[in-house]
Design a protein around this ligand. Structure first.
Ligand SMILES: [Zn+2]
Length: 370
């Protein structure tokens, strides 16, 4: 059962691909997961690394995928519930042998620009076991509207000094969400007209699913004919086609490679430009993290000083501590297992909810009988 297409939840599917597994998940998750896995296989082959998997294995995964939101198996029923977080993300509830379990996957209760948050009222109550993410278990985050204002404010300040804005983003969901936010702000007049580009073949491919399966999104999006055909944002294949000054949304999300690494090198040296990081998590060695913390970029043997303004505005679609507590209150589970969080985040959440439910923070591969 796959909650959503992010590779930390779906990447391991390739190891099941040689058999005939039954995979359950939403249609959007199937389409995007297949695109991401094909891209992963292709990059490995391009880098000359040996991979035991081919695109044929990805096709097998697609063929074994059930997309119904309700599945009845002998002695067991499985139900999917919209989780917010990213397009197609689901919470998964399982009833079997007289037990009720809910796995949240990654989720959020608050609405974002293109997606409604998860609605706990539509779930049943009194679960025997809740398996919940705890990414922001110890953190109370600013309101979403505040973050979006900050994001648009940073873009506007850069436009006013005729600078370039680089926005490294993941090909799935964040790219489309940011493009739609900028597009809408230009329609509303919150931002003036400016060159806006997206550079990522993978994001381009994934955007087609966003237009096709628009019922996953909020009402405003569903009401539009082709909601992700933007009015102000143009697709480019290469950075050479950019007409400066410009706002560019591009991969890779951590700045390791592709257009984002190239533009970080080129634009990072000018103080009129800015780089907006939207990802919550940054790997310690990623160029964006090093640029933000040390003010430099390492390119082979060369160290380039970063003069551009680097702003980190976390637009991530995860529940924060308040939302996690709200979910536990609404569902009233007997036992709660906290996963998908750094130990200190999980511990902080555990302290908040320990009077409502028995809390466990399992180690990797640890087994529990429920
Ligand atoms: Zn995720």
């Amino acid at each position: 059962m796959i909650s959503h297409a992010h590779l930390d939840h779906s990447g391991n599917l390739l190891s099941l691909s040689k058999g005939k597994p039954v995979i359950a998940g939403s249609e959007m998750t199937r389409e995007v997961t297949a695109d991401l896995l094909r891209d992963m296989v292709r990059i490995k082959q391009m880098n000359g690394r040996k991979s035991p998997y081919t695109t044929r294995d990805v096709a097998n995964i697609e063929a074994c995928w059930w997309t119904r939101s309700s599945i009845a198996l002998p002695g067991m029923s499985v139900n999917m519930h919209p989780a917010g977080h990213v397009a197609g993300a689901n919470m998964i509830s399982i009833e079997a042998e007289g037990r009720k379990i809910l796995y949240t996957g990654d989720f959020c209760l608050h609405d974002t620009e293109i997606l409604d948050g998860s609605r706990p009222k539509t779930l049943s109550r009194d679960y025997d076991v809740l398996i919940a993410e705890s990414t922001y278990g110890g953190t109370v985050r600013p309101r979403r509207t505040e973050l979006v204002n900050q994001f648009l404010g940073q873009i506007l300040a850069t436009i006013e000094r005729k600078g370039n804005v680089l926005i490294p983003a993941f090909a799935f969901h964040r790219t489309q969400e940011i493009a739609k936010t900028v597009d809408r702000a230009m329609e509303d007049g919150r931002l003036p007209d400016y060159n806006v580009y997206m550079i990522s073949n993978l994001a381009h491919k994934i955007t087609r699913h966003f237009n096709r399966y628009k019922h996953y999104f909020n009402e405003e999006i569903t009401d539009q004919r082709q909601p992700f055909n933007y009015r102000h944002v143009r697709w480019l294949r290469r950075t050479e086609q950019i007409k400066e000054p410009a706002i560019v949304i591009c991969t890779s999300g951590f700045g390791h490679a592709g257009a984002s690494f190239h533009l970080l090198t080129e634009w990072g040296q000018d103080e009129n430009n800015s780089v907006v990081i939207s990802s919550g998590y940054l790997p310690p060695d990623s160029p964006l993290k090093v640029a933000k913390e040390k003010g430099e970029l390492v390119n082979g043997t060369e160290i380039i000083p970063m003069k551009a303004e680097i702003e980190h505005i976390e637009l991530s679609g995860h529940a924060d501590q308040n939302e996690l507590v709200q979910l536990v209150k609404a569902l009233n589970p007997k036992k709660t297992f906290l996963v998908h969080g750094e130990p200190e985040q999980a511990k902080a959440l555990s302290e908040k909810i320990s009077e409502m439910t028995e809390v466990y923070i399992p180690n990797r591969s640890e087994a529990y009988v429920i």
